[in-house]
Design a binder for this molecule. Structure first.
Ligand code: 5GP
Ligand code: ZN
Length: 114
């Protein structure tokens, strides 16, 4: 058990607008959306960063990607597309040390990111 904020959301101790849930993965709306659709997809297991993933997380990662697809479908992003972002570490601005995938869509997004 950790008191990390996303672990607490995964345990439903902190409220969130849940979009999709499986036994291993949760998708919920970002509290400060950066686009009309901004969903975070997390493994329920506490993995701090992408660089902490290991071979044993392979099936979990497949689950995460399936939930990304399902969340994108549910939020109506299939045709226009969307961006999937993982901030890893300080230079990327990772603020929450629990691996999370940003699903951003609903408008044309700029590239490159800032
Ligand atoms: P990072 O910068 O670590 O990649 O992204 C963290 C994201 O988590 C930010 O977009 C921030 O708005 C979101 N966030 C932080 N705390 C909460 C929270 O308590 N609930 C929800 N739904 N999103 C959060
Ligand atoms: Zn955590």
């Amino acid at each position: 058990m950790t008191d990390c904020i996303f672990c607490r959301i995964a345990r439903r101790e902190i409220p969130a607008e849940v979009v999709e849930e499986t036994p291993s993965v949760l998708a919920f709306k970002d509290v400060h959306p950066q686009a009309p659709v901004h969903v975070l997809v997390i493994p329920k297991k506490h993995i701090p960063r992408l660089m902490d993933l290991s071979e044993e997380d392979s099936a979990l990662l497949a689950d995460v990607h399936r939930v990304v697809q399902e969340a994108a479908r549910r939020m109506g992003l299939t045709d226009d597309g969307f961006r999937l972002v993982v901030n890893n570490g300080p230079f990327a601005g990772q603020a929450v040390d629990h691996l999370h995938y940003h699903v951003l869509g609903g408008r044309k997004l700029g590239w490159p990111p800032g």
